[in-house]
Design a protein around this ligand. Sequence first.
Ligand SMILES: [Zn+2]
Length: 163
Amino acid sequence: MANSDLDLLQTALKRRWSRGPSQKAKPYVHAFSAAERRGTKITAKVVGNHGTYTVSIQGDTQGVTSACSCYIGKHGYCHHCEALAITFLADPSAFQAVKRKQVKDVRQLTDVRAYLNSVTLDTLLTQLKAKGITQKAFAEQIGMNTRHLAAIKSSELRHHYFN
Ligand SMILES: [Zn+2]
């Protein structure tokens, strides 16, 4: 299953960045650190002209979505994204594969934290709801006002891509 994620991502990246690196992207190819892959998403850091940028690309059957923390990369497709794609295609094994925690993998207390870090609040609330715990009950449990919880949830969904 992990390999099909890898195939899907590679295919999507090749389709979007089929040519060699542009002049602007060239200096950043193979210059990334903290390179990781979670399923069909890759993230890495690169030192640019104005600091260190976090660059990410997510592949799916429709194509790719990318993002970068540089000033032109907010909606992705900047030269850092291009360089990341080329770096990854050249050597996917240089990206550390991070397994997404599944509920069934949660066995110990430390797993709970890793699991919570890997899901959105929205997913967590959906799962609690399936167990009969409403959003309101959850909010009361943790001593939070339900409107505040709903606001966090929608803000998280808007920014989820950058998590
Ligand atoms: Zn960028």
